[in-house]
Design a protein around this ligand. Structure first.
Ligand code: ADP
Ligand code: MG
Length: 730
């Protein structure tokens, strides 16, 4: 009997909802308590310092050294008043998650043996963490290990675990970005500039365009005791084996169902922590799969929203442990039930409060709305392969393309209403649209584009990129991903497209064309050029795969080959023109992507080999022994007639177990060989492709045979918590 598994089940069944330490006040009282927000700035900074900082944040004005010293001093006093002992530059290296190196505030005091607590503008603004321990894709020469982290004033400092965290960018000595935040800020800058210029056709007073992001974080919770008994969950974040449970999500009784009490306590605890850190967590619910849940905040400016998502992911791990849970952010922790994504709701809005993807009340509003929608279509069309590469990873490839997640082809869903408008614009000349006096195509005059309800019910869950009333929802993003990757590609591509559009419209204006006419003519051209990206049908169907290939959309399904899209001339040029990433940076980042892909598969393959040989095979041998013993005893007790000594099913079971074991042994050997061969390849791209093409396939075969054995072996002997336990005990 397997005591490990049954002890874990016993322990898990005893876990009850944990009482949480809720603040006495209402959320508005403690919201942002641990954030150095404008209110705290006003309180802790001298007035000229405060004004200079606000000017720097709002109008991108530079900060002087004196001002930086004064800010650092105020920030330190606030941090110490709130119990902080250390400070850290908090950055997003090219790995999963965030990085921090803590220093305490202490310095030598004026007299020997004494200390004071200090924090200067120099330490606030810039630091030099050792870059050699972070992925850099070969950018950093070995003799120059220095990397710089520099303060991102657009995201406020916060206190986490008694440490003052200062959001920073991370760049190499030679100025190349080594993180996600640097290119994200560049992309946001570039979309701000490009979109502002286009928005000025409609409102000359517009000074700035913000990019907004509202992510929806999906995740699984698993009881800690059961989790610890599964080496695959501990080491890789997903189950590498596991027979489907008799019940999974077929009753559809989990989605939006009552939240289990232990989970509810976890959620409330998590939300309270979020609110103290200024993360506007708002929505929570059960997701489709058992033990799967979602948290969504109110949307925010993209850079801040992304910082908040990264912060949330680390909070989730911490808070889950207080509730005897482990949180799984992997895109596909369990076969046979839904995986987890992180829908990125994305929009652009002006400093005048106008959402540019939202239809308005007047003809002018609606022409603006159409202008921006069509430019997004054109950008997504031109860069559909790049956008797919931006969300591709070893972990997300288990989710994409399966029949419950967006397909591995990027297309845009518009919905019937917007589709009607787009088709009308495509079919009619600008003159006809502008002319009110009853020519062909008049039924949809620009003046008459009515307001589309924001909550239009025309929703299509199979689309990777859907228009949802006043925003686009990029659904292909993976649950464990840093949203910045998708947001860099999307905002940069749209910025580049808008710049191109502006120059074409300006050329028409220079020739004396009316503005509406010039806009409509360019819009028509874009619609014709990019209509291949528009697809409102069922993205899961096989017909769509064929159709998409005919339309010339990127249909690559292997992650390491998807990354090639970053190095296509169209991408390199686009990133160059927008100043978001240089070719050197793009090449380095791809090296990192391939390397990470290889390492993830490599770890999984090792864990699977180990579990197959050390957990599964020994148990199968023991069970086969039991059956064989039993068969022999039966034969000696009931000799019977020749040829009828045993009942046939027993023999069949024994043979079947032996066959599965033989297959497992054979495939583990093949997998190990494939790995050895792949490891000899120097080129990172080729190596990742070898892992994809030769290491992953035997892994799938091994799993198949292990799952069959799980279905045959005596339940009391099986050593690993089963799907029904992992997914239903809570
Ligand atoms: P769904 O029905 O798609 O699951 P949710 O309510 O879970 O919707 O999440 C929607 C997300 O979209 C929220 O984070 C919300 O704040 C965000 N959102 C709403 N409007 C916008 C917008 N204009 N731009 C960006 N995000 C938005
Ligand atoms: Mg949702």
């Amino acid at each position: 009997m397997s005591s490990l598994r049954f002890n874990a089940i016993d322990k898990a069944s005893e876990h009850r909802a944990v009482a949480i330490d809720l603040p006495k006040e209402r959320p508005d009282q403690y919201y942002g308590r641990y954030v150095f927000n404008r209110e705290k700035m006003q309180q802790y900074l001298p007035e000229p310092t405060y004004n200079a900082l606000i000017d720097a944040i709002d109008n991108k004005k530079p900060l002087s050294r004196e001002i930086a010293d004064s800010i650092a001093d105020g920030m330190k006093r606030w941090a110490i008043d709130n119990g902080a002992r250390h400070y850290t530059h908090w950055f997003h290296p090219l790995t999963d998650g965030t990085a921090e190196k803590h220093d305490s505030f202490i310095e030598h005091g004026p007299t020997g043996g004494s200390i004071t607590e200090e924090f200067s503008g120099k330490l606030l603004v810039q630091q030099e963490p050792d870059a050699s321990s972070f992925p850099n894709g070969g950018i950093r020469n070995t003799f120059e290990a220095r990397g710089y982290s520099a303060w991102d004033i657009s995201s406020p400092a916060f206190i986490l675990d008694k440490t003052l965290c200062i959001p920073t960018i991370f760049i190499s000595y030679t100025g190349e970005s080594l993180d996600y935040k640097t290119p994200l800020l560049r992309a946001l800058n570039s979309v701000d500039k490009a979109a502002t210029e286009v928005a000025r056709y409609f409102d000359p007073e517009v000074n700035r365009v913000y990019s907004y992001l509202g992510w929806e974080q999906e995740y699984f919770l698993v009881d800690e005791a059961l989790y610890s008994a599964r080496p695959d969950l501990v080491m890789t974040g997903r189950t590498l084996m596991g027979h489907e449970s008799a019940k999974n999500q077929q009753l559809e009784d989990h989605y939006f169902g009552a939240i289990p009490s232990r989970v509810e306590a976890f959620m409330l605890d998590l939300e309270t922590e979020c609110h103290k850190l200024g993360i506007p967590a708002k929505t929570r619910h059960n997701e489709v799969a058992p033990n799967q849940f979602e948290l969504a905040p109110i949307f925010e400016e993209t850079n801040l929203a992304n910082d908040h998502n990264l912060l949330l992911m680390s909070l989730m791990h911490e808070v889950a442990r207080r509730h005897n849970f482990r949180v799984l952010l992997h895109e596909k922790p369990f076969a046979g039930v839904n995986g987890s994504g992180k829908h990125n709701n994305w929009s652009l809005g002006t400093d005048k409060g106008v959402l540019l993807f939202a239809p308005g009340k007047t003809a002018k509003d609606n022409l603006q709305f159409i202008t921006f929608i069509v430019n997004v279509m054109a950008a997504v069309h031109r860069h559909n392969g790049l956008l797919k590469a931006s969300i591709a990873s070893a972990t997300n490839s288990h989710r994409l393309g399966a029949n419950e997640a967006p397909p591995a082809i990027i297309s845009i869903f518009l919905g019937s209403y917007l589709r009607g408008i787009i088709e009308h614009l495509e079919e009619n000349e600008a003159d006809a649209i502008l002319n009110l006096s009853g020519k062909k195509g008049m039924r949809l005059n620009v003046d008459q584009i009515p307001e589309i309800l924001v909550d239009n019910t025309d929703r299509n869950r199979t689309s990777p990129f859907a228009f949802t009333g006043n925003r686009f929802e990029f659904r292909a993003v993976g649950s464990s991903a840093n949203c910045a990757s998708a947001m860099i590609a999307l905002n940069a591509a749209v910025a580049d497209q808008l710049t191109d559009f502006k120059s074409k419209v300006d050329a028409r204006l220079a020739k004396g064309e009316e503005l509406e006419h010039a806009l409509l003519s360019e819009i028509r051209t874009l619609i014709k050029q990019s209509k291949a990206i528009h697809f409102d049908g069922n993205g899961y169907s096989d017909e769509w795969k064929e159709e998409a290939a005919r339309r010339g959309l990127d249909c690559e399904i292997s992650a390491p080959r998807m990354f090639d899209a970053y190095l296509r001339p169209s991408s390199v040029e686009m990133f160059g023109r927008t100043g978001v990433l240089s070719e050197v940076e793009l090449r380095a980042r791809n090296e990192v992507k391939w390397e990470v892909y290889t390492k993830k598969v490599q770890i999984e393959a090792r864990v699977l080999g180990d579990m197959a040989l050390n957990h599964v095979i020994p148990v199968a041998v023991r069970y086969r022994d039991v059956l064989t013993d039993n068969a022999l005893k039966l034969r000696s007790l009931f000799p019977g007639k020749k040829g009828e000594e045993l009942t046939a099913p027993d023999l069949e079971t024994i043979e079947c177990i032996s066959a599965h074991m033989a297959k497992i042994n054979e495939q583990v050997e093949e997998m190990v060989e494939a790995r050895k061969k792949a490891n000899r390849i120097d080129d990172e791209r080729e190596k990742a492709i070898a892992y994809h093409d030769t290491v992953v396939p035997p892994m799938e075969v091994i799993r198949y045979h292990i799952d069959k054995l799980e279905g045959m072996v005596d339940d009391r002997m099986w050593p690993l918590p089963k799907y029904r336990e992992l997914l239903f005990i809570r």
